[in-house]
Design a protein around this ligand. Structure first.
Ligand SMILES: Nc1ncnc2c1ncn2[C@@H]1O[C@H](COP(=O)(O)OP(=O)(O)OP(=O)(O)O)[C@@H](O)[C@H]1O
Ligand SMILES: [Mg+2]
Length: 265
């Protein structure tokens, strides 16, 4: 980690970092209580013969600071699970908790607080506001967050200090996605949920975006969950979860994380 980025961190995080250097390999301790506890989670859409069982009983624990890659075929329920973790949707049956918050039974205002304070979302398409600059797009979020990073610092973390006053149309796809990452991390979320963040990008640009995600995971310590169809990305994770037919098929833990710059697809 560059020493210049230390000023971005809260004191307690610096303490953690002091014990976790060098940054790679990075395997978080799993003895601690999970951040997310998912049990018997199901999600059904519709009724009768046309009913779709998007989630068919998911059991999963996710831990602070982990970089998790979620792999699975199209239609296997990955986005549905991510939406449940992010408090965007509620399950049909089962339980999902975030720390001491029961997301299954939380009311709308508690879910809004949870999404606003604890979760950063990154999607395949960047959803930037075209009439606002990079700095202003990130600034929108920092206005409603409790203890945000200044937009300039969030954009510096994703390597965009030279693009602060550019509008989305003046940025490449990879740069726009990095603005979206800066926007997601500016509130210092404990959880970063990414749904195919490199799905619209070529390999070289995708790797730059993955480097940005890897860096914010390492430096801010956010539990990072990345959905992808790209099995190569499994190597950069602490843990890989294989999803199939609405269930966890298997999982593997990597002893070391591979740097995104070495990935090719
Ligand atoms: N709002 C909805 N109404 C009805 N069915 C839905 C809805 N959302 C998702 N589904 C269905 O649930 C299943 C799981 O969808 P989901 O989007 O979670 O899959 P996915 O693994 O993310 O797929 P992909 O890799 O293509 O994005 C699919 O069969 C999908 O058609
Ligand atoms: Mg999906």
């Amino acid at each position: 980690m560059k020493s210049g980025s230390l000023f971005l961190l809260r004191p307690q995080r610096l303490l953690t970092l002091a014990h976790s250097l060098p940054p790679l390999p990075h395997v978080p301790a799993t003895a601690a209580a999970p951040v997310f506890r998912v049990r018997g989670l199901t999600k059904h859409y519709g009724e009768g013969p046309t009913q779709v069982r998007a989630l068919a009983g998911v059991d999963l624990d996710l831990y602070a600071g982990e970089f998790v890659v979620l792999l699975g075929p199209s239609g296997s329920g990955k986005t549905t699970l991510l939406n449940q973790l992010g408090g965007l949707d509620i399950p049909t049956t089962g339980e999902i908790s975030y720390r001491d918050i029961d997301l299954t039974h939380a009311d709308e205002s508690a879910l809004t607080r949870y999404r606003r304070n604890s979760v950063g979302f990154i999607f395949q398409f960047y959803n930037l506001i075209p009439s606002l600059t990079a700095r202003e797009n990130v600034g929108l979020i920092t206005e409603i967050a409790r203890d945000p990073l200044p937009p300039e610092q969030a954009l510096a973390m994703v390597g965009l200090s030279a693009r602060l006053d550019h509008f989305p149309a003046q940025l490449s796809g990879g740069e726009q996605q990095r603005v979206a990452i800066a926007r997601a991390i500016a509130k210092r979320p404990e959880v970063l949920l990414c749904d195919e963040p490199t799905g619209a990008l070529d390999v070289r640009t995708g790797i730059v975006v993955l480097e940005a995600l890897e860096r914010v995971n390492r430096e801010l310590g956010a539990l990072t969950i990345v959905i992808t169809h790209n099995a190569v990305m499994a190597d950069m994770a602490d843990r890989v979860i294989h999803f199939s037919d609405g269930r966890v098929l298997s999982e593997q833990r990597n002893a070391t994380r591979v740097a995104p710059s070495t990935l090719r697809w």
